[in-house]
Ligand binder design. Structure first.
Ligand code: BDR
Ligand code: CA
Length: 314
């Protein structure tokens, strides 16, 4: 089974990604790190532990990650999108355990050594923990075969500034370091995540499940759908984080594109947090792509919704 490390800011769509991973019998979720983003890292870890308990998966280690970005401090999260507790303001029974000792970066480094050449890293929050881990253990770039990141906006507007997507905007310095490092990165930006959705029928199916985790997801999606109704014109949700998880594990397929140069703007101007993806003529060589190691996913098929629902409902 493929060993997977998940780095997340749980978060409603993070919870969907987690449920997806728990539903994949062919993977081994060997560790989870939390990071401040949708919610602070401490609460994110608690949400993750509570969701794992609901699924009866208390053996998965969860480590608390960075509270603050590499520069500055945590800006307070996204309560208007994810609720004041990160999970749509629903109450979950408290898990009977806490996080493991050590930081999320420590956990990632340990797991990368333990599963050298095999560990799939899936990052669906700000990239602070990954950047810290790279600082401590630069050999990570050789130990980890692929990092799949939900983040950025290549050809579409951002969702927190005109050009920046939330995960990158919350820690541009970290994102720049992670994207610069010479490991194979798959970037899953808003361009593609906004194209994959769940709707009210899916939410009803989750609520009708005999299992507590899908039911809790159905409940928390109520608030998430309320946020997205303005964008889509109907109550539904974008599948940012679950799409990254599914792409990492070939649950859906990305339209093949070569790696391209990607730079993250970490300056203080209006471009801060932008992912500048050099997509000029991907097929011919007008642009020097030597050393490029970031694949930017602009299309994926089939639509994730049915596969996600099937995997979560079991
Ligand atoms: C990303 O930001 C967070 O709000 C979501 O969980 C997702 O990871 C989308 O921009
Ligand atoms: Ca997230």
């Amino acid at each position: 089974r493929v060993p997977v490390y998940l780095d997340c800011d749980t978060g409603i769509d993070d919870a969907l990604a987690l449920a997806y991973l728990l539903g994949r019998p062919d993977i081994d979720l060997v560790g989870i790190g939390s990071v401040s983003g949708n919610i602070d890292a401490e609460r994110g870890a608690r949400n993750t532990l509570d969701l794992l308990a609901l699924a009866g998966r208390d053996a998965v280690p969860v480590a608390v990650g960075a509270h603050d970005p590499l520069t500055g401090s945590f800006a307070g999260g996204a309560p208007h999108v994810h609720g004041s507790n990160g999970i749509g303001d629903i109450d979950l029974p408290a898990a009977g355990r806490g996080p493991v000792d050590g930081s999320a970066a420590d956990l990632l480094i340990r797991l990368a050594h333990e599963h050298a050449g095999r560990l799939q890293v899936i990052a669906v929050g700000p990239l602070t923990n990954l950047a810290l881990a790279l600082r401590t253990e630069p050999r990570l770039v050789d130990l980890v075969p692929r990092v799949t990141i939900m983040g950025g906006a290549a050809l579409v507007p951002g969702n927190v500034t005109p050009v920046a997507e939330a995960n990158i905007a919350n820690d541009p310095e970290a994102a720049a370091a992670v994207v610069e490092a010479s490991w194979p990165v798959t970037l899953v930006p808003l361009d593609v995540t906004l194209e994959h959705v769940l709707d009210e029928d899916d939410r009803s199916a989750l609520l009708a499940s005999g299992h507590p985790l899908p039911r809790a997801l159905g409940e928390m999606l109520d608030l998430y759908y309320g946020f997205y109704v303005e964008l889509y014109g109907e109550r539904c949700s974008a599948l940012h984080d679950p799409l990254a998880a599914a792409l990492a594990l070939d649950g859906v397929a990305a339209t093949v594109a070569p790696a391209v140069p990607v730079t993250v703007d970490a300056t203080d101007g209006p471009g801060r947090g932008q992912t500048i993806c050099d997509l000029r003529n991907q097929r011919q060589r007008w642009v020097d792509r030597d050393g490029a190691h970031v694949r930017v996913v602009l299309e994926a098929e089939p639509p994730l919704g049915p596969h996600l629902m099937q995997t979560i409902l079991g």
